[in-house]
Write a protein that binds this ligand. Structure first.
Ligand SMILES: O=C(CO)COP(=O)(O)O
Length: 255
């Protein structure tokens, strides 16, 4: 059975004291919700990881980085390795986010190396895929998403792939207030599961959680999560307010 997941991606927001406060608030809200069937993940900036993992109850909230280096260690000024991430108590890492692909030039080849580093350090990976608006308008969105899967992840063995959570994030929906319709999300998620079935077989495809990301909020989460192939959300802006984030978690628990 695949997991229901709500993951927050704080992106480059919150100073350390602000992040600590938000983590405390989220921890209290999630505790009060009592929804063990939903896996809650907080994707914080690197500098917050160690502090936030001391604050939250690991039985109810997991911690994720938003990136890791392509190399294991050494003279790479400013980089943070997967081993460093794991040593903070973090169990997850977000890789392949469209902001990293477009602003920092992360190619499929770079992501293959990051994925290998994360797996070598026992991190679960939230791997992001999704098309830009021009690709959707040209009717190429299925092709683009399939090639991101093939070129970024399909080098993995079935065992390795069991550590992947996918996040479909149409780039035109991120931070724009323009959510994919519930039907568009379901259509793409079902397509992704079909591609996974072809590559890894039905059992792995059925056990892989596929999250939706892109202007998902407390108002639209309920409808998005009612789709059979939408297993949860990767939440940007709405994860920065404990109240909104907990409403999204409650919406996930409902279905
Ligand atoms: O990019 C996202 C999560 O990774 C989505 O961001 P928003 O929820 O702010 O649109």
């Amino acid at each position: 059975m695949r997991k229901k997941i709500v993951a927050g991606n704080w992106k480059m927001n919150k100073t350390l004291p602000e992040g600590i406060q938000l983590a405390e608030e989220v921890n209290e809200k999630v505790k009060a919700l009592q929804v063990p069937e939903v896996k809650v993940i907080l994707g914080t900036p690197f500098i917050h990881l160690a502090e936030v993992s001391k604050i939250v109850d690991p039985a109810i909230i997991s911690i994720s980085a938003q990136n890791c280096a392509t190399e294991a260690s050494g003279a790479y000024t400013g980089e943070i390795s997967a081993a460093m991430v794991a040593s903070t108590g973090s169990t997850h890492v977000i890789l392949g986010h469209s902001e990293r692909r477009s602003y920092y030039g992360e190619t499929d080849a770079i992501l293959v190396k990051k994925v290998a580093q994360a797996l070598a350090n026992q991190l679960e990976i939230i791997f992001c895929i999704g098309e830009v608006l021009a690709e959707r308008e040209a009717g190429k969105h299925f092709e683009v998403v399939k090639s991101q899967l093939e070129n970024g992840l399909f080098q993995l063995s079935p065992e390795e792939f069991s550590h992947i959570i996918l996040a479909y994030e149409p780039v035109w929906a991120i931070g724009t207030g323009k959510t994919a319709t519930s039907a568009q999300a379901q259509e793409m998620h079902a397509f992704i599961r079909k591609v996974l079935t072809e590559k890894y077989g039905k059992e792995i495809a059925e056990n892989t959680s596929i999250l939706y990301g892109g202007s998902c909020n407390a108002k639209n989460a309920d409808e998005l999560f009612s789709n059979p192939d939408v297993d949860g959300g990767l939440i940007g802006g709405a994860s920065l307010k404990a109240e909104d984030f907990s409403l999204i978690i409650a919406a996930r628990a409902k279905h």
